[in-house]
Design a protein around this ligand. Structure first.
Ligand code: ZN
Length: 103
């Protein structure tokens, strides 16, 4: 049994390999969402709104303070905040944990 198989790079010069499209919740592609996201980012004026963060000059993500899965309002600016990647990751992990604990 030779398990040292190395995949031959047959596609290097061939037709593009078709990658199945990532399944994205249509909500995040809607114009309403895009407008909300743009408004949240604009309002933040380039500054992360994460607690104690305030980072500038970083990529910001429009985040739902109360996540949609938890019943948050999807297009309410009051339910939006701009977070840097770090804050967004922390916040998402926390929300998930809270959901698991709180039911
Ligand atoms: Zn931050």
């Amino acid at each position: 049994m030779g398990l040292k198989t190395v995949g031959p790079r047959l596609h290097a010069a061939g037709p593009r390999v078709r990658v199945p499209p990532k399944v994205v919740d249509p909500h995040y592609q809607s114009d309403d969402h895009k407008a909300w996201r743009a408004a949240v980012i604009r309002r933040a004026a380039g500054r992360c709104q994460g607690p104690g963060c305030g980072k500038t000059g970083v990529r910001l993500f429009a985040d739902h303070i109360r996540e949609l899965v938890d019943g948050g309002a999807p297009f309410d600016l009051a339910n939006g905040q701009a977070l840097c990647g770090t804050c967004h990751t922390i916040k998402t992990a926390r929300a998930r944990k809270a959901r698991q604990q709180g039911g």
